[in-house]
Design a protein around this ligand. Sequence first.
Ligand SMILES: NC(=O)c1ccc[n+]([C@@H]2O[C@H](COP(=O)([O-])OP(=O)(O)OC[C@H]3O[C@@H](n4cnc5c(N)ncnc54)[C@H](O)[C@@H]3O)[C@@H](O)[C@H]2O)c1
Length: 264
Amino acid sequence: MSSEHQGRVSVVTGGARGIGLACATELARAGSAIAVCDLRIDDATAAAAVLAAEFSVDARGYAGDVSAWSAVEAMIAQIARDFGRIDHLVNNAGVQFVSPLAEFPIEKYQLVRGIDLDGVFHATKAVWPHLLAQGRGRIVNIASVQGVIGSPFKAAYVAAKHGVIGLTKVSAIEGARVGITANAICPGAVMTDLIRGQAADLAASFGGGISEEEALDRAFLAAMPTRRFIEPVEVGALCAYLCGDLAKSITGAPISIDGGWAAQ
Ligand SMILES: NC(=O)c1ccc[n+]([C@@H]2O[C@H](COP(=O)([O-])OP(=O)(O)OC[C@H]3O[C@@H](n4cnc5c(N)ncnc54)[C@H](O)[C@@H]3O)[C@@H](O)[C@H]2O)c1
């Protein structure tokens, strides 16, 4: 087991399940202490307890809605007090809403943007001074293949994820001379609650008359030349690598892990 991240502290937003938990797991496997941040304190604390038990690291849960600046500011300040330092930020919290553009509810557009894009800005801004204090830092933004290409019915998500890649570039440029790298991982379809939760709305958006499974196949598997869902651990391992010392020259990059989706 690698101990590359021993002595370091990683903050993972939306870390209680799915891709966020996989990123937290791979960082903990390499020895990092983990602040699991999520909407509900019990989910965050439960995930942290599993990591602490499995990898013998200091892992703690925190509650905070990333779309609210004041909540993020307070949460990051608390994490810095508890652990004494912050080395890595994984901006992973995200939601999806699927609807044809003309019927897209305004409040859903604002909700998706607030979490998926503004949330990345909030956490980056709050963590930045702590990374500066270390003279070294890593920011890994979990964007999406939808950050580099578009898909129907996902106006808010596609717009937000393209924005995340823009924010990643700015973070990389501003961080370059102070030891901070920032990259965007762009996964294709990873089988998590976020994918499962879209099945019914996708089936309806395709005009109905198809099963939820067919809708998932049409929206995701058909788009990936590999024709298989990506496993969360694949994204987690890439995240842990990007936080490592050998990745010090990788910055400002949208990095695809999408079964060839964006290559077509
Ligand atoms: N699953 C995929 O196929 C896929 C593909 C590309 C990108 N992504 C991105 O990966 C990230 C994680 O997705 P996932 O599939 O693991 O989803 P998920 O729904 O399984 O997990 C998301 C986590 O984020 C938390 N969360 C939601 N809103 C939050 C908020 N406002 N503040 C704090 N935490 C919040 C949830 O409680 C949950 O624990 C998202 O940014 C998503 O857009 C997922």
